[in-house]
Design a protein around this ligand. Structure first.
Ligand code: SF4
Length: 197
């Protein structure tokens, strides 16, 4: 098994599936180093729990959710082939949230690609992105959004998501961008407004 920081049942707070009950598996380990990261405790590769697969599935089965979301940390720092195949055998829908900076492993029903400028995605992942989520922290991020959208497939959904501390500062610029780029939509971190995980 891969090192896991935590598992929990919550709602997806972001993107197309916002509001959907989901079971989260937060993997341990990330070397991207976003200065605004919500989960810096997930960075170390020397922590996390090596939960057995049977324990994990037993925990999932106590919930009624059908969606399992791998998040991080950066899940693709681990080979997810085995764990995703095994969970899929139980009939669950599997979602992945990734920066795309490491090789894609596992099979997924939905991939949220959230590229980071300091360690951009590998080119191989763009065709598989179901949604592209660009975090807006400053003005340069709008150009980054346009650049990244050129690389995904035509059916990929496009979201701008203001970094939590910058919402007031960036919201009028985001609204302006959305009005000129109708393929893009706004994603807000619903779980933070509800003060839940
Ligand atoms: S990629 Fe995600 S987990 Fe890693 S530093 Fe950035 S926001 Fe944090």
């Amino acid at each position: 098994m891969i090192p896991i920081k935590e598992t929990f049942l919550s709602i997806q707070g972001e993107g197309y599936y916002a509001g959907q009950s989901s079971y989260f598996i937060r993997t341990q380990g990330c070397d991207i180093g976003c200065h605004w990261c919500d989960e810096p405790d997930s960075w170390s590769m020397n922590e996390g729990v090596n939960m057995s697969f049977n324990t994990l599935v037993h925990d999932i089965q106590k919930t009624n959710t059908q969606i399992i979301i791998f998040t991080g940390g950066e899940p693709l720092m681990h080979d997810l082939t085995s764990v995703s195949d095994n969970i899929r055998n139980y009939g669950y829908k599997l979602h992945l949230e990734t920066s795309g900076a490491y090789p894609l492993s596992g099979q997924w029903d939905w991939i949220t690609l959230s590229p980071k400028k300091i360690k951009p995605p590998l080119s191989e992942i763009y065709p598989f992105a179901s949604e592209l989520k660009i975090i807006i922290y400053n003005n340069n991020d709008f150009d980054w959004a346009i650049d990244q959208a050129r690389k995904v497939n035509k059916s990929c959904l496009l979201y701008l998501q203001p970094e939590w501390s910058q919402i007031e500062k960036m919201k009028s610029k985001i609204f302006n961008f959305l009005s000129h780029n109708p393929r893009w939509k706004l994603s807000l971190q619903m779980h933070k407004y509800l003060n839940i995980k």
